[in-house]
Design a protein around this ligand. Structure first.
Ligand SMILES: *Cc1c(COP(=O)(O)O)cnc(C)c1O
Length: 210
């Protein structure tokens, strides 16, 4: 099957749930020619990992498709925050005080409001980005109450080669305990499991662009 057919199959699967699950088509490393059939089919939510790549790829497209929403799902350095702020509608990888303060400043000086997920290092892995589980509550409160950021939910990438179930479950509990609405969890290999734990933003790349 081609990527449009793969997309349609996954989209149908997600729509069948009749909930408010959002499918983010992850387009990192894909050319716009490859993505265009999915755009023309009316899809609106796309995810990218790198600010520079996203700028080059999406700014020309957004001129013609103004309803598209871009999601930053990769690590963000604070010196790229300004560029990210003007391009992306959702940031999934808020993971430091420095970055949160930077976005707070940007919002104070702009009409623009964007939506944020806080990334949680749910497996407590040394090499992974994200806020430590034990610091999550304090960081959520800092972002929401002090910095007035529109924190809609939590995001994680569970450890590879381990059953994601306990990590997704912990994330769902953390979301509930902190009165947040949304969860960004589930990639090509584990989105079915993520749905079982209330994920409503699925980030899917390789199952579409095989
Ligand atoms: C690449 C990536 C995805 C998509 O992963 P696939 O396995 O290709 O579906 C999702 N989330 C993040 C953070 C990614 O970097």
């Amino acid at each position: 099957m081609n990527s449009l057919d793969n997309y349609k199959a996954i989209k149908a699967e997600v729509d069948k749930l009749k909930g408010k699950q959002n499918l983010i088509v992850v387009t990192k490393n894909q050319s716009i020619e490859t993505i265009l059939p999915i755009i023309k089919n009316g899809h609106l939510h796309f995810g990218e990992n790198r600010v520079q790549e996203a700028k080059e790829k999406w700014i020309p497209v957004l001129k013609n498709y103004k309803d598209i929403k871009l999601h930053l799902i990769g690590k963000l350095q604070s010196n790229k925050a300004k560029d990210a702020f003007v391009l992306f509608d959702f940031i999934h990888t808020l993971d430091s005080d420095k970055l949160a303060k930077k976005f707070s400043e940007l919002e104070l000086n702009s009409e623009r409001k964007i939506k944020y997920f806080i990334q949680i290092n749910i497996g407590n892995e040394a090499q992974k980005n994200g806020i430590e589980y034990v610091r999550a509550k304090d960081f959520i409160n800092l972002c929401k109450n002090d910095l007035k950021l529109n924190i809609i939910g939590l995001m994680c990438i569970p450890p590879i080669n381990l059953d994601p179930h306990p990590f997704f479950e912990k994330m769902q509990q953390l979301k509930i305990n902190n009165n947040l609405n949304d969860l960004s969890m589930g990639m090509s290999s584990d989105y079915n499991e993520a749905l079982n734990f209330g994920s409503n933003y699925l980030r899917i790349g390789s199952a579409i662009f095989k």
